[in-house]
Design a protein around this ligand. Structure first.
Ligand code: FAD
Length: 435
């Protein structure tokens, strides 16, 4: 099958890898002249790193493993500490923060030459009478395929066409963030530290290679231009907070500070139409407060490939008359059920609004158990992939909660042999490194 993909971001490249591995002919069209170098770092949790493992993307010695999520108040007092290494151990996949550019490079690295065409802006798509799809570019050029995957991000032109407009609404919050070689203790640790207070939140996280991912979430009135020199404003509000925030603010520059307004929208049950489907931020852009947008985009790619694999298997098609379009709608419904949960949570901006109060009320042991359970609740991968489910059942069987006979069905991954595990093996227990 010839699959067209608009957008060479995390979702588009992951879909390309997954579909090529299944024997499809794939052509990716990216509006930019090259892969994105900006966008600071992204944190991939067990659901995202699990998908990457299945896609053959090795995270050996890439980025920084994250074992603990600490929240502190603006004076530096510890409020709650989530031992996320427990979730990594349970699901068998680590949590890793790495530069976005590095992730894109890894996803694109061994694609067949010519898979990505740069400088191609997708503008519109049309399903033809014979069921094929024609993709039209901004320069008037066209290309035909059996299927179109719109992975062109939050401002997706194809999504707007299929959905009848842009569903995104600004939440009134924005992130100013960057990735810089700041030699504070967190940079060489395995912990993410979030400072919460009235004006907003400040997050600090190691991203590997001596880099610190730093961000500030603040209220921002939609329509007002962001300050040209944002650090002056940020230093006014956060400059007197606990160390290492003042040290970080001294070390970073306006030039390396990116501005990202937060968008949210309802995630519908159906994302596409005919042989056009939508994945990633195009289908479910959400504020970065749960750090799940990229992870969910990776999951989209994984589930999409599994759905098409099932639909194109001769045996299945004969016995159940599954059509490609049915498979795409089933993929969208399956993903929607998971993504809509995390999208609603992130869209509420609860952490930014109430983090300082809420985190005082929650014991760390409870937060750790909640986090582990939550990750499975919002993940298709962790509840379906064979390796992860085996671990999940093992853990539950040890706790005598689930009889061995009630294993959930596995989907699609029996075909793959074991792939190398990243060398960042999750620690059995997180280390609480209070600074
Ligand atoms: C500040 C911030 C921090 C974040 N941190 C995290 C995190 O830690 N963890 C996490 O999981 N997620 C995080 N996210 C979310 C994550 O960045 C997105 O969910 C993810 O990038 C979505 O990938 P995507 O491929 O769907 O879209 P994108 O990354 O937006 O990629 C879309 C691609 O399509 C291209 N494109 C756009 N329009 C067209 C067109 N018309 N034709 C052709 N190409 C086009 C773009 O140039 C781009 O290359 C964060 C987001 C923000 C804003």
């Amino acid at each position: 099958m010839k699959v067209l993909i608009s957008g060479a971001g995390i979702g588009g490249l992951a879909a390309a890898r997954a579909l090529i591995a299944d024997g499809h002919e794939v052509a990716v069209f990216e509006q930019a002249a090259e892969l994105r170098h900006s966008g600071a770092a992204v944190t991939l949790w067990s659901n995202g790193t699990g998908v990457l493992n299945d896609l053959g993307v090795s995270l050996d010695n890439v980025g920084a493993p994250i074992d603990v999520l600490e929240t502190r108040d603006h004076r530096g007092k510890a409020l709650v500490s989530v031992d996320v290494a427990q979730a990594a151990a349970r699901y068998g996949h680590p949590h890793i923060c790495l530069p976005r550019a590095r992730l894109l490079d890894l996803l694109a690295r061994d694609l067949p030459p010519g898979t990505i065409s740069f400088g191609h802006t997708a503008k519109a798509a049309k399903t033809q009478a014979n069921g094929t799809v024609t993709l039209t570019f901004a320069n008037g050029g066209t290309i035909n395929g059996d299927l179109l995957v719109a992975a062109d991000g939050r401002g997706s032109a194809i999504r707007d066409q299929v959905w009848g407009g842009d569903p995104g609404k600004l939440t009134g919050w924005a992130t100013w963030q960057g990735i810089s070689p700041v030699p504070v203790d967190i940079t060489s640790s395995h912990r993410s530290v979030l400072f919460v207070g009235k004006p907003g939140t400040c997050g600090l996280m190691p991203a590997g290679e001596g880099l610190l991912q730093w961000w500030f979430d603040l209220r921002w009135t939609p329509g007002t231009p962001p300050p040209a020199k944002p650090l002056t404003m940020i230093r006014e509000r956060f400059g007197a907070w606990a160390q290492p925030i003042p040290d970080v603010l001294k070390a970073v520059t306006d030039e390396e500070t990116g501005f990202f307004p937060h968008y949210r929208h309802r995630v519908p049950r159906s994302w596409g139409s005919g042989r056009i489907t939508v994945i990633g931020d195009a289908a479910h852009s959400m504020p970065p407060t749960r750090a799940q947008g990229a992870n969910q985009s990776l999951e989209d790619a994984w589930v999409l490939a599994a759905a098409l694999r099932a639909a194109t298997s001769t045996k299945t098609a004969k016995t159940t008359k599954t059509t490609m379009e049915d498979a795409l709608r089933a993929f969208e419904r399956q993903r929607s059920a998971k993504v809509s949960v995390v999208s609603r949570q992130a869209g509420s901006e609860d952490y930014n609004k109430y983090g300082a109060v809420l985190t005082r009320l929650v014991p760390s042991s409870f937060a750790t158990r909640y986090y582990t359970k939550w990750l499975a609740q919002i993940s298709s991968y962790l509840t379906q992939a064979s390796g992860s489910m085996a671990l999940w059942h093992e853990a539950r069987e040890q706790a005598s909660l689930l009889p061995r006979t009630r294993r959930l069905p596995l989907q699609g991954h029996e075909r793959q042999g074991p792939l190398p595990r990243p060398s960042h093996e999750p620690a059995a227990k997180g280390c609480l490194l209070l600074g």
